[in-house]
Design a protein around this ligand. Structure first.
Ligand SMILES: Nc1ncnc2c1ncn2[C@@H]1O[C@H](COP(=O)(O)OP(=O)(O)OP(=O)(O)O)[C@@H](O)[C@H]1O
Ligand SMILES: [Mg+2]
Length: 396
């Protein structure tokens, strides 16, 4: 009996999450090879980049490549971490996972993590997971954090090449109530390390301050680099190639418009391409399809954008809307403030600082203050539209 045709499932090639180890990454080759060199040499680096610009994908790729040449790499996500204790737990779990690439390595090196013991569990599908359980040797959360960071050093000393340690959204640790104490304790532990650290973050002002302000514990503790935007030409070619590999022919013009609309912002380009592929594959998309896909991509972000918007003060919301409609070099100029219903310069100054700290806005080399996320800009500009469609009035 014929049950039907088994067609290979074609999947949307435009991933809206972190790029997997076997998926193609567009560009960033120079930065990747610079970081590889730094890791081998045991140096520390900071990578600053706006939200959803590709930081985690780049760091994961670095970890993959470093492992491929025989090194050990630990990736710990510290985003929104609630306490030093939770940070210790996340780092220990990530460390055990990175040691689990090999039985012998795991047995030999996991013993060096004295504040935690690994707990291996079997998942319903037969695969295994590892977690970390506090051993009781360290008494407080901060002690556990310092201890687990110190064990990164002992592990590194027992390895052929430095252990590469990646802390994603590292600034979130400093934002905790006892952030200053954590910073000071970590700095003295990390200072003499053999491991190579890569600190990543999207709240660029906060992270920069941690490493560049003489008052802070991590002052001059690492080299700071910015993640460059992907070159528009290269990004367009990448979109065309990904679509083609998944059975759709996209013109270069269509790809160029996507990249231009999204101002080459990595996630925004990907989200629009994702919506367009979903709407049209395997057919070639038209410009009308593209308009629809852009609107769909922005609408899909509504709950995220709404939560960002709602978390801001009313004054910051007014300023963000003004900057979305009219990016400017002088947000505190009298006529700009009047036009955009911004009440006074002191409030605008405070809101500017809050929006920069949250990395919602940034200024470019020319000083132009703009939103960091082009989709958020688009969403704000269309959401509370100053123009509403009407019917029923006879004019004239
Ligand atoms: N080099 C790249 N080439 C193509 N697409 C990329 C690249 N890097 C990231 N992306 C895509 O961009 C989006 C954001 O990637 P990623 O999550 O790595 O960024 P991020 O900066 O860590 O984001 P977040 O601020 O949310 O942590 C994802 O859709 C990912 O697939
Ligand atoms: Mg990330």
């Amino acid at each position: 009996m014929r049950i039907g045709c088994l067609m290979p499932a074609i999947r949307n090639p435009f991933s809206k999450t972190v790029i997997g180890d076997d998926e193609p990454l567009c560009n960033q080759k120079e930065l990747l090879s610079a970081f590889m060199l730094e890791a081998r040499s045991g140096n520390n680096n900071v990578l600053l980049a706006p939200r959803r610009s590709g930081k985690t994908s780049l760091a994961m790729r670095l970890a993959r490549d470093y492992r491929a040449e025989g090194g050990l790499a630990t990736f710990a996500d510290l985003s929104a971490v609630p306490s030093a204790d939770a940070a210790a737990d996340r780092i220990a779990t990530a460390l055990f996972a990175s040691l689990s690439i090999d039985d012998k390595i795991f047995k030999k090196l996991s013993r060096l993590v004295t504040a935690f013991v690994p707990v291996i569990t079997m998942n319903p599908d037969g695969s295994f997971s590892v977690s970390a359980s506090a051993s009781g040797l360290a008494k407080s959360g901060l002690d556990r954090l310092v201890s687990v960071v110190a064990s990164l050093d002992s592990i590194s000393s027992h390895s052929k090449t430095p252990l590469l340690v990646i802390f994603d959204e590292f600034q979130d640790l400093a934002m905790l109530g006892d952030g200053a104490q954590i910073e000071a304790a970590l700095r003295s532990t990390i200072q003499h390390h053999k491991a190579s650290y890569l600190f990543i973050g999207s709240r660029r002002k906060l992270l920069r301050d941690m490493f560049e302000s003489p008052k802070r514990a991590f002052y001059r503790g690492a080299t700071t680099r910015e993640l460059p935007l992907i070159e528009p030409d290269e990004f367009s070619a990448h979109l065309v190639a990904l679509a083609e590999a998944s059975g759709a022919i996209w013109s270069r013009d269509i790809a160029d418009i996507i990249v231009a609309t999204a101002e080459a912002h990595t996630y925004s380009v990907t989200a629009i391409a994702h919506a367009l592929y979903e709407l049209t594959a395997p057919n070639a998309p038209t410009e009308d399809n593209l308009v629809e896909a852009i609107n769909t991509a922005a609408a899909r972000e509504t709950s995220l954008f709404m939560s960002i918007y709602a978390s801001l003060t009313p004054q910051s919301r007014t300023l963000l809307e003004a900057l979305a409609a009219e990016p400017t070099r002088h947000p505190m100029a009298g006529d700009y403030m009047v036009r955009n219903r911004l009440t006074n310069a002191a409030t605008v100054k405070k809101s500017l600082l809050a929006l920069v700290n949250g990395d919602h806005i940034a200024s470019d080399e020319s000083g132009l203050v703009n939103l960091t996320d082009p989709l958020l800009k688009r969403w704000l500009n269309s959401r509370w539209s100053k123009l509403h469609m009407i019917s029923g009035l006879s004019i004239g």
